[in-house]
Write a protein that binds this ligand. Structure first.
Ligand code: ATP
Ligand code: MN
Length: 481
């Protein structure tokens, strides 16, 4: 008999009542030799299966342990007990895979609360917990919402390379990709590694961004987006940085900075709305989890709103938009500054530290903030120079509890200024000939941004460490599985 997933059973139980069905899944609990809680990953809820133990062989019943995989046949009936609407009256039991109780003892499958740190070391069984089941179902929904958003608006999904020859982007430290013998690499006259003999005949790295490539496509196809893995070799062991993360980078011909902000805001709101609409039970579970976590924090670090209200707040309220220069003014005039509570200095020209960003988002405005028009010196070479000659058409979106979630800009479309910028930044323009072509054959204003996928998943799940929203986190000294 074909199996029915538990999510389908619970969604359409009226039609199935009284019918004989088959379900397959893993045991979450087995009580009184009678009640099996079966979970198949299709949703948060378990299906209760009721076994009349007098009918079954004791040896078989002993194999129904936490984590074991079962196929159960039976009649779906209205439940007698509280806690579930329907239950399965079991008429057939097949053990698909045993789970040894001694092994289970050592794992997350014991029915108690485990720390997220401990769970991170459980490559496989972390997926079986309620929390991570919810997180990874939501992670899928966010990815799906992103493709749907762009598809509805006529964007093309562009695959940009993971191995890149351009290390001129300046977005961060890169991982080298090489097939040279690490012990005995070929050397050039200067005694340095000679990458002419390497696989690609030159030094290549894992990509830090698909933006430059996306600009080539956007100035032909009109509007494109990338959604792929991105790598940064910075040794930053924070709760918001991974060495391997996923990034979404839309790039749109004819858009200016205003259009870019409008697109970002609509995009982030769309994702929040999608998750609220499609992931109800998982979000509800994580909201309760988040509430417990918040209660443990000191009062001044707590979110004032629950998870669901935080998502609704983003959907319903316009993001606060202001310039970098205005933000510096606000910081300088704050009591926080006057009382010397910022660790890092504040003055026009500095790169804002996360304490400054958090102050603006969480203390001053209490809503998502878009900061624009940063000093040219602290932003990438490709951002469009403003009339004032010292700021660029950059934008960063800052979210409560997360900090920077999006970084973007209107791009410098004027060839001469771009060349001059490269010189000032010490970027070898000749290596970027393929990029400069976009400014030579019908150059147009265009803009785009990068959303860190995991930072968005953190926001919608309320998880406070980025390692807990990616199945296999890559961080310094951590790539065991
Ligand atoms: P941050 O200042 O937070 O280190 P960034 O300014 O270096 O970020 P960008 O180069 O602007 O980051 O990348 C675009 C987006 O990618 C960021 O807004 C953020 O959401 C995400 N991001 C950047 N670095 C990481 C990382 N190491 N791990 C996860 N997400 C990241
Ligand atoms: Mn940035």
């Amino acid at each position: 008999m074909k199996r029915i997933r538990i999510s389908e059973i619970l969604a359409g139980h009226e039609a199935l009542l009284g019918q004989e069905i088959t379900v397959k899944g893993w045991v979450r609990a087995f009580r009184s030799n009678r009640f099996v809680q079966l979970n198949d990953g299709s949703c948060m809820a378990n299906l209760q299966a009721v076994i009349d133990f007098e009918q079954w062989d004791e040896v078989l019943l002993k194999r129904i342990t936490t984590a074991a995989a079962l196929s159960l046949r039976g009649k779906l009936v209205a439940s007698q007990g509280a806690g579930q609407v329907v239950e399965l009256q079991v008429t057939g039991i097949e053990i698909l895979g045993d789970a040894h109780p001694d092994d289970v003892q050592k794992t997350v499958m014991q029915p108690k609360r485990h720390s997220l740190e401990f769970l991170r070391e459980q490559a496989h069984l972390r997926f079986r917990t309620n929390t991570f089941g919810a997180v990874f179902r939501i992670r899928h929904a966010v990815a799906f919402a992103i493709h749907q958003f762009f598809n509805e608006r006529g964007f093309y999904y562009l695959h940009t390379p993971i191995i890149t020859g351009s290390d001129a982007e300046g977005a961060g430290e890169m991982f080298r990709v090489t097939t040279l013998d690490a012990k005995n690499p070929p050397l050039n006259d200067e005694g340095k590694v000679d990458f002419k003999d390497d696989f690609f005949g030159k030094a290549v790295n894992l990509t830090v961004s698909g933006q430059l490539e996306a600009e080539l496509a956007a100035t032909a196809l009109g509007q494109v987006y990338t959604f792929g893995p991105t790598f940064r070799a910075e040794n930053s062991n924070t709760s918001r940085h991974l060495a391997e993360f996923w990034m979404i980078e839309p790039e749109v011909a004819f858009n200016d900075l205003q259009d870019n902000m409008d697109l970002t805001e609509a995009f982030l709101k769309y994702i929040c709305a999608y998750v609220l609409e499609h992931c109800g039970a998982d979000i509800q579970f994580l909201q309760d989890r988040d509430a417990q976590e918040q209660a443990q924090k000191p009062a001044n670090e707590r979110h004032e709103m629950g998870l669901i209200d935080r998502l609704k707040f983003v959907i319903e309220n316009p993001f606060k938009r202001l310039t970098y220069t205005e933000a510096i003014e606000i910081l300088l005039n704050s009591n926080h500054y006057k009382k010397k509570k910022f660790k890092y200095p504040v003055e026009w020209g500095i790169d804002l530290q996360s304490e400054h960003e958090r102050y603006l988002v969480e203390k001053e405005f209490n809503c998502p903030v878009i900061l624009t028009d940063y000093p040219a010196k602290i932003k990438a070479f490709y951002m469009r120079l403003n009339e004032d000659g010292k700021t660029v058409a950059a934008m960063d979106v800052l979210f409560p509890g997360i900090g920077e979630i999006v970084g973007g800009s209107q791009r410098e479309e004027r060839y001469e200024i771009l060349v001059q910028k490269c010189e000032e930044f010490g970027i070898p323009a000749e290596e970027l000939w393929w990029y400069f072509d976009t400014r030579k054959f019908g150059t147009v204003p265009h803009a785009g941004f990068g959303l860190g996928f995991e930072r968005m998943v953190m926001f919608v799940t309320g998880m406070s460490n980025i390692r807990d929203v990616i199945p296999f986190p890559r961080t310094p000294l951590n790539a065991e599985f």
